[in-house]
Ligand binder design. Structure first.
Ligand code: HPA
Ligand code: ZN
Length: 334
């Protein structure tokens, strides 16, 4: 099963590139950029990765991102992620980043995008991994700040393929960002939003109705509203679920309690992703294997999750078809 899970072609659609910054790289970049860290060693930093909820994680995650200073730092971080992803059978990635985390520290939007894009373009050429790049608005900041950040993205629009919404969910409903999302859609970008990670089903509904998202990031709290589950099954709006993240942030107590299998069996377009792999204890194959074991997923379930990840991506039909065919061939040969 482990070889099957690792080898099956798949897309990763919910990955914050700043969340792929491993403790060793935090220390290496801190030394290079003369940044003082609050932790004396790599081990001490890793020890600090015990979270009570989303906010306690975000505090450490934003502090970790402070070591990223130059275009080259973003390039090296992204390249390291792509090499890990290839090892896990990833053939397509849609990567999130948080521009405001960096522009607020005086780093230019262009340096961030160009560093990440340079790695993505090399990943396509050398590793055969296709990609999309999706900046997220930080929902704990104001709608006006999001609008200014959207405008900063426009000169770089050739390198950007959509917009997302992340950070502290509770108290920051999707409706707060109706205007900037309307502008992003009017400019031709597909949009996604984190909703129903800690927040209520109502936030998922707002993301669908007001932001008009193509996918819901997380969305696992939809189950509290049966009509919403029915809607997600009917419309096939995908959920990008992140099982190990949900355990680390205490959305579920134990992996055995996770609702991924129920949602899959209910016919929702569920995908499995790693969210912030350096913080949550595993990359995409680790996430798939962990839920496979905890929820007794079959080979057919794994193949379904892989096919869902391709269908849920922003690749067009002609790009999806050969990848879906590869999954079919792979699954029937195993
Ligand atoms: N939720 C919200 N914001 C985030 C996350 C997440 O899981 N990861 C990085 N930013
Ligand atoms: Zn996320």
């Amino acid at each position: 099963m482990e070889r099957f899970v690792r080898g099956i072609p798949k897309a990763e659609l919910h990955l914050h590139i700043e969340g792929s910054l491993e403790p060793a790289m935090v220390f290496a970049l801190a030394a290079k950029n003369a940044v003082r860290l609050a932790y004396p060693s790599i081990e001490a930093l890793r020890e600090a990765y015990r979270f009570e909820n989303l906010q306690s994680f975000l505090d450490i995650y934003y502090a970790g991102a402070d070591v990223l200073r130059t275009e080259d730092d973003f390039y090296l971080m992204t390249l390291a992620y792509l090499e890990r992803a290839q090892h896990d059978g990833v053939v397509h990635v849609e990567i999130f980043f948080d521009p405001q985390t960096h522009t607020l520290r005086g780093i230019s939007y262009a340096a961030v995008v160009q560093g990440i894009s340079r790695a993505l373009s090399q990943g396509q050429q050398r590793l055969g991994i296709s990609y999309r790049l999706i900046p997220c608005f930080l929902r704990h900041l104001s709608a006006e700040d999001a609008m200014r950040t959207f405008e900063q993205a426009l000169p770089l629009r050739k390198l950007i393929h959509g917009f997302g919404l992340d950070s502290s969910e509770s108290g920051n409903p999707p409706a707060k960002f109706a205007e900037v999302f309307a502008r992003a859609r009017a400019a031709g970008f597909p949009v996604v939003a984190h909703a129903g990670e800690e927040g209520p089903p109502e936030y998922i509904q707002q993301a669908l109705d007001i932001l008009q998202v193509a996918r819901i990031d997380h969305g696992v709290r939809c189950e509290a509203d049966p009509a919403l589950v029915e809607r997600l099954a009917r419309t096939q709006v995908p959920l990008t679920v992140c099982p190990l993240s949900n355990i680390k942030l205490k959305v579920f107590d134990r992996l055995e309690d996770h609702n991924l299998k129920r949602l899959l069996d209910r016919g929702l377009c569920v995908t499995v992703n790693s969210d912030d792999p350096a913080y949550f204890g595993g990359y995409i194959a680790d996430n798939l294997l962990a839920v496979q074991q905890a929820l007794h997923l079959s080979h057919a379930d794994i193949a379904q999750l892989a096919a869902n990840s391709i269908r849920a991506s922003f690749l067009d039909q002609s790009e999806q078809a050969p990848l879906l065919a590869r999954i079919d061939v792979y699954a029937s040969a195993h």
